[in-house]
Design a protein around this ligand. Structure first.
Ligand code: HEM
Length: 460
């Protein structure tokens, strides 16, 4: 529906009616820059996120501000700077625990003629969840099976509950919302498990100030606490609420993006050999020291995968807190939404040559390609080289000052997982022609049942 409207609009903004509201969708970089330039008082990402998440009901009565930064921005600094800078330290552990998880999944399956068949999306969700739990909440709790089951369940429960509450008439939303909230067991379980950890960290900080020795922690709970404003330090509740929202917002989108890329690796197996050569000749140590920046061929392959099948068809969502007017005179009123047509732009011949063709090395610097690859693949390259984490040429990560601060972490983690699959297995989709995902609102979700035939390379 959005794609059709995008094509008709031919670069102009257009309206989309959703069940609870209407959205103005822009499809030019000039208009996207105007969205970014608007102040948080006028166009708010946080107010849009609050509407999607309904945190008051889904997150133990979390009263999020409409406006970002009202009580500091410790989370953004934590992700964009501290988590990103720590990637060289944490990537080796991430790789080891993902490798163990893949080996365990393999050991639980019968091998027939050197291969086994397995749904991969649940494995990817487990790998990303484990990784994010260790990075956000600390490695100890990421090994707690009960906690992890609740944390994974929380995402689905929150999605369903928030969807239901969003479409309710405003007058009855609090009543029904509170009834739903009482039954959201997994949210309560993870809140109850995280609060004592956050309280202990606050106590340790107080002890340290008095000169006592305290343990060191390298995780987001610790960094958010340390970055919270001195004038109004965040409480344990505030830290946990923010991290629960982060957990909800980051696990599913990262798992889906990685799963779609894995499907593309199966569908375009001609890329496997050059990718394997790149990973094996570069080596894990160099990749990890680079903080996940190395492996340029894999980086481009992932970018082409997310360009052809982006997890969200719109990006840079903002709710208007005050009326806002674009330079062409199109207006959104307070309470209405504005966003960018991410998918439409990614499949538009104005921005990409042969936009519907999968060209896995489209974004690689030609000098790297020439030294590594055969001529037929080199001839695919067009345009200016770019990276998966770039924000100036596509809308996967949103816009300008609000662009995803977790993108360096997310990219490094997805690369690690995909590189493990590439080096451990030959892969094939069990049913190439079957649907691999479905769309709900503006998102796509991979089918959990899609199976991949995995042939461990050691068994060849
Ligand atoms: C493939 C995975 C991911 C994708 C595609 C993605 C995409 C996005 C997008 C489109 C936005 C909105 C930006 C805007 O509206 O301008 C966003 C915001 C955000 N993302 Fe991500 N994200 C991913 C993974 C992650 C991860 C793993 C983390 C945490 C480590 C994270 C943390 C955040 C936060 C905190 C924001 C809000 C930023 C703000 O309020 O300024 N994301 N992300």
């Amino acid at each position: 529906m959005i794609q059709e409207a995008y094509e008709k609009a031919a670069g102009s903004p257009f309206w989309i009616q959703a069940p609870e509201n209407r959205y103005l969708v822009v499809s030019s970089w000039d208009h996207i820059k105007e969205i970014d330039a608007a102040s948080e008082d006028v166009l708010s990402l946080q107010a849009a996120a609050k509407e999607i998440l309904q945190p008051r009901y889904t997150m133990q009565n979390f009263n999020w501000f409409d406006k970002k930064g009202a009580d500091g921005m410790p989370l953004i600094r934590t992700l964009r700077t501290l988590l990103t800078n720590h990637l060289p330290d944490i990537l080796p552990d991430i790789r080891r625990s993902m490798s163990v998880l893949l080996d365990r999944a393999q050991d639980s399956q019968p091998i027939v003629n050197g291969s086994y068949t397995s749904p991969v999306f649940p494995i990817i969700i487990e790998a990303i969840s484990l990784t994010n739990a260790a990075a956000f909440f600390g490695s100890e709790i990421s090994h707690d099976k009960k906690f992890m089951a609740a944390a994974i369940g929380f995402i689905e429960q929150t999605l369903l509950a928030a969807e239901a509450i969003r479409v309710l008439p405003k007058a009855i939303a609090p009543l029904i919302g509170n009834m739903i909230a009482k039954n959201l067991g997994s949210g309560k379980a993870i809140y109850d498990a995280l609060i004592p950890i956050a309280e202990e960290r606050l106590e340790e900080r107080a002890q340290k100030k008095l000169g006592h020795g305290v343990p060191e922690h390298h995780d987001c709970i610790q960094w958010v606490m340390e970055c919270s404003p001195r004038s109004s330090p965040w409480s344990a509740e505030r830290i946990v609420h923010e991290l629960m929202a982060l957990w909800f917002g980051s696990v599913h989108i990262t798992s889906t993006t990685a799963c779609i890329a894995l499907h593309h690796l199966c569908l375009h197996s001609e890329y496997i050999e050059p990718l394997r050569n790149e990973i094996e000749s570069t080596g894990w140590a160099q990749f990890e020291q680079s903080g996940g920046k190395a492996f340029p061929l894999l980086d481009s392959f992932m970018k082409e995968s997310a360009r052809i099948n982006p997890v969200e068809s719109v990006s840079s969502r903002r709710m208007a807190l005050k009326p806002f007017e674009l330079s062409d005179g199109t207006r959104v009123e307070a309470g209405e939404w504005i966003c960018a047509a991410a998918r439409g732009m990614m499949l538009d011949a104005r921005y990409y040559t042969a936009p519907h063709e999968f060209q896995g090395f489209r974004f690689v610097d030609p000098s790297i390609l020439k030294t590594q690859l055969a001529d037929d693949i080199v001839s695919q390259v067009q345009g200016t080289p770019s990276n998966f984490t770039d924000i100036g040429d596509w809308q996967l990560w949103g816009t300008g000052r609000s662009a995803c601060p977790g993108r360096f972490y997310a990219t490094a983690v997805m690369k690690t997982l995909l590189a493990l699959f590439i080096t451990k297995y030959d892969m094939q989709l069990e049913e190439k022609a079957a649907g691999r995902y479905f769309a709900w609102r503006t998102f796509i979700y991979p089918y959990a049942s899609t199976k991949v035939l995995l042939r461990p390379r050691a068994a060849l």
